[in-house]
Design a protein around this ligand. Structure first.
Ligand code: BGC
Length: 235
């Protein structure tokens, strides 16, 4: 890495259904600040969330570029789905709009993809699932992302999707015991489907896991959803 690049700092942003989080990363992706968080504005429309990011960013040290994780499908900086936010996000140019507000270049990717970049080793088949407001998923083959995997909205059991059975609303409604039983079943399913080498489980609700995970599954700290943002600028 040349001297000039070493000085580049990245503002990492993680837009979630319950919180908007940010952190400054150094050129290698190590944190330079503590994580700051604001509650996701309600209704979670684009303008309100962008306002929250701008507010958080103003209190940070200098940065030259921005990496954003978004809870939906993202293509070329445009948010295509936003099941847990607001319909106004569909077709919204988040990269361009935020870049204009912050005056810095912005890269945007799916939140589970970023979580994965912050967690994987880059060897073999690695699957990432995130347990938060929604159910996120990302698949990597030898470190390369398979884009747009949206397992959360795929049928899982009893006529419901993974997200309907395992999202935060289900956890709150059904309680931890049932949610844990369901998750154990989901992991068994996914192992048969993907035959992965490693499964990473991230997201704010992973802390509720109460059963012993298989040897090839591990919980990743939630901060990976910010740390992984550096990968958007390294590709
Ligand atoms: C979205 C995914 C996202 C996940 C976690 C799902 O509802 O469709 O794109 O990764 O929630 O936020």
């Amino acid at each position: 890495m040349n001297k000039e690049n070493q000085l580049i700092q990245t503002l990492a942003v993680d837009i979630g259904g319950s919180g908007v989080k940010i952190m400054i990363l150094d050129a290698r992706g190590n944190p330079l600040t503590e994580r700051s968080r604001l509650k996701t504005p309600q209704p979670p429309k684009p303008e309100a969330i962008i306002e929250a990011i701008v507010n958080l960013a103003e209190k940070q040290p200098d940065y030259q570029r921005v990496a954003v994780g978004f809870p939906g499908v993202v293509q070329q900086g445009i948010t295509k789905t936003a099941v847990n936010l607001d319909r106004d996000w569909i077709g919204f140019d988040l990269a361009k709009t935020l870049s204009q507000r912050l005056g810095k270049p912005v890269q945007v990717a799916n939140d589970a993809d970023i979580q994965g970049f912050g967690a994987i080793e880059g060897r073999g088949v690695e699957l990432v699932i995130t347990l938060g407001t929604g159910f996120g998923s990302a698949l990597f083959i030898n470190g390369k992302l398979v884009p747009n995997l949206e397992m959360g909205h795929h049928p899982f059991r009893k006529g419901e999707t993974y997200e309907e059975q395992l999202g935060r609303a289900a956890l709150e409604k059904e309680g931890k015991k049932k949610w844990n039983n369901r998750l154990e079943k989901a992991i068994a399913n996914l192992e048969h489907l993907f035959n992965y080498d490693t499964l990473y489980i991230g997201g704010g609700e992973a802390k509720n896991i109460e059963f012993k995970l298989p040897d090839n599954a591990k919980i990743v700290p939630n901060v990976a959803g910010l740390l992984g943002g550096i990968a958007l600028w390294n590709q």
